[in-house]
Ligand binder design. Structure first.
Ligand SMILES: C[S@@+](CC[C@H](N)C(=O)[O-])C[C@H]1O[C@@H](n2cnc3c(N)ncnc32)[C@H](O)[C@@H]1O
Length: 266
């Protein structure tokens, strides 16, 4: 099942590889949950899904709490007149102004499906600033949302940074980390999912935390670009590598095949 949100770095196409590399466990912990592709397409008894993006987690929590009623509310934003430039910017403004968390959750879905390329980007004041997407028609992901709701019973959603989430992992858990990838060039940082950048310091810290958890018997699988620096960073982990076709190219100039890897610390 495809995730109901468009999300840069979504792992839908890599699911089989990730599942093949992940050990079994009592609970799957995802510190970088994003659109939840693995959550939707795996079968662990329980899930801890966390992300720093509070708008994303707020949407998941409303869906979990109110299921069908919330889906109905979201549907009202998918009328043809809402897929017009002026309407989009008015809703975007409303999203940035409102303090009503429920309305904000529904608007986040609206913006994801009507904004440019499904991007999620904020300015330095934390305001969502993705331009209008100019789609002929916006797709309301009703079936995908229902599927998500059906699986929510075994999930806990948490707005948190990866350090906090990894600290919450317990023996019996399995951790899958899909961080923002190592930047391949200075201009490659097109995906700012949140206001806090994910730089080399964070890549190092994440690898160190993965080693610490593995030493406590908690396996950690991490996705990243396959580069010499990343291989050195993950030294000692079991590496599997492959190439993938990127749907959103890093520098906008071409759609290169980029090497990726999965590193298993255990
Ligand atoms: C590559 S995406 C994950 C994609 C996800 N696996 C999917 O299938 O959609 C990376 C995610 O990390 C989140 N993120 C960025 N910095 C973070 C941090 N410091 N701690 C936790 N999550 C973070 C972003 O909001 C984004 O959702």
């Amino acid at each position: 099942m495809r995730p109901f949100l468009k999300w840069a770095g979504g792992k839908y196409r890599l699911l089989e590889r990730i599942k093949a590399a992940l050990p079994p466990g009592q609970r799957l912990v995802e510190p970088f949950a994003g659109s939840g592709a693995l959550f939707l397409n795996s079968d662990y008894p329980a899930y801890l899904l966390a992300d720093t993006n509070g708008d994303l987690i707020n949407l998941y929590q409303h869906l979990q709490r109110d299921g069908e009623r919330f889906i109905t509310e979201c549907r009202s934003f998918f009328r043809p007149e809402m897929n017009e430039r002026a309407a989009y910017y008015a809703q975007r403004e409303q999203f940035n102004q409102t303090r009503d968390r429920r309305q904000k959750a529904a608007l986040f879905l609206y913006l994801n499906k009507h904004g440019y390329n499904g991007l999620c980007r904020y300015n330095s004041r934390g305001q969502f600033n993705v331009p209008f997407g100019r789609y002929k028609q916006a797709y309301f992901p009703e079936m995908e949302m229902r599927f998500f709701v059906d699986r929510c019973g075994r999930a806990t959603f948490n707005q948190a940074g990866y350090v906090e989430t990894m600290a919450a992992a317990l023996p019996g858990d399995v951790v899958y980390c899909d961080p923002p990838y190592q930047a391949l060039s200075k201009t490659a940082n097109f995906t700012s999912y949140s206001r806090t950048p994910f730089g080399w310091g964070e890549q190092e810290h994440l690898a160190a935390l993965a080693r610490q958890l593995a030493a406590r018997g908690i396996p950690v699988l991490i996705s990243n670009h396959d580069t010499p620096e990343i291989r050195e960073l993950y030294a000692g982990a079991e590496i599997s590598q492959f190439t993938v076709q990127r749907s959103i190219s890093c520098d906008g100039s071409n759609r290169n095949r980029v090497g990726e890897l999965l590193a298993l610390f255990q």
